[in-house]
Write a protein that binds this ligand. Structure first.
Ligand code: GLV
Ligand code: MN
Ligand code: MN
Length: 337
């Protein structure tokens, strides 16, 4: 019998909260402990997984689950962040990029992958519904943008002669906003990280590097937003006398949750007399990498006021417990099928 795989991640974003990922990982542990304590024997082996480095780093996220799914990106381990390559950073943490293939799981090697997670949006909380059944996860495209201007004295360089990389970068930030809001739909675009060099009050910025990400359930639309970004950058470079390079770093392909797993979550919640709501996920999850290998489903619990990736991220303990109950009950539903 193929194993039932379940869990989540335990890393957090910089400045994040205590619930994103941890709720699913700790609940999975609790489910395993409960089943052991009660001596429950399942037909399928149960395999608990705690993914590493789900949050975006080195130009892409879902590190552990992508490695397991064989979704390694071109040149990924040679990427450099803060002067350290990803290969070296992995080594420092006890990993080995040369042996990453050993982490690979074969396609169709598990019965289903199930992940409990906080919603990170406000729909469940607003509706007062304790359990979300995820329909699908967005596609995410990540870019690095490098702007080269010319660093020069802030007192003696006339405005007309400047090649200010930050002025150009600022225009790109506004272009991202305009691209994401320029058509109907739920697409989003974000510049979340920026490095300014030399980063001194009395020097015209010479180099600026920043990230751009676009998300939507429709992968073709996400690609189109990236193409629009490149066109804007050509125009902004010309207007600001700078050079702008747009480097596509990664795509995290969106995924639909498997219908039979969604149905199992709903049956499990119904057994526990809990109301459910089907909803999409605007956040990325390890589940989307697992979906490339086999059946996948996700259970959401409410995020208070829809706040996440913030220290104010909060989910109520009683609702987390209900989510863990549904996780356990869904595993038993899937085990029976
Ligand atoms: C993961 O948290 C993501 O959606 O960026
Ligand atoms: Mn996150
Ligand atoms: Mn997460």
């Amino acid at each position: 019998m193929k194993p039932l795989l379940f869990g989540s991640h335990i890393d957090s974003v910089r400045g994040g909260g205590n619930f994103d990922g941890d709720v699913g990982s700790m609940s999975a542990l609790e489910v395993m402990a409960t089943l052991n304590e009660r001596g429950v024997k399942t037909r399928h082996p149960l395999e608990l997984v705690v993914w590493a480095a789900e949050e975006s780093n080195y130009g892409s996220g879902l590190h552990g689950s992508r490695m397991a799914a064989g979704l390694i990106e071109k040149g990924e381990f040679d990427r450099v962040q803060n002067g350290v390559s990803k290969r070296a950073a992995m080594k420092k943490l006890g990993g080995d990029a040369e042996r990453i293939a050993e982490a690979r799981r074969a396609p169709a090697s598990f019965h289903a992958y199930l992940e409990l997670h906080i919603e990170q949006g406000g729909r469940l909380d607003r509706a007062g519904i304790p359990i979300g059944v995820v329909e699908g996860i967005v596609t995410i495209d990540d870019y690095d943008v490098r702007v080269r201007g010319f660093a020069n004295h802030a007192g003696t360089t006339p405005m007309a002669e400047r090649r200010d990389a930050l002025v150009a970068a600022s225009q790109v930030v506004l272009a991202v906003q305009q691209i994401a809001t320029g058509e109907p739909g739920a697409q989003v675009g974000t510049v979340g990280q920026m490095t300014i060099k030399p980063n001194a009050p009395n020097v015209v910025p010479g180099d600026v590097e920043f990230t751009v990400e676009f998300r939507d359930l429709d992968g073709a639309k996400v690609a189109r937003l990236g193409a629009a970004l490149k066109q804007h950058c050509v125009d902004i470079a010309r207007a600001t006398n700078t050079e702008i390079e747009v480097i596509f770093t990664s795509r995290h392909e969106g995924a639909s949750a498997t219908a039979s797993v969604q149905a199992a979550i709903e049956r499990a919640a119904a057994r526990l007399s809990l109301r459910t709501m089907r909803l999409p996920s605007g956040a990325g999850h390890d589940a989307q990498a697992m979906a490339t290998l086999g059946p996948m489903g996700m259970i959401f619990v409410p995020s208070v006021s829809g706040i996440s990736h913030s220290p104010r991220e909060l989910s109520r303990w009683n609702e987390i417990a209900l989510g863990a109950d549904v996780l356990l009950a869904t595993l038993l539903e899937l085990d029976a099928s």
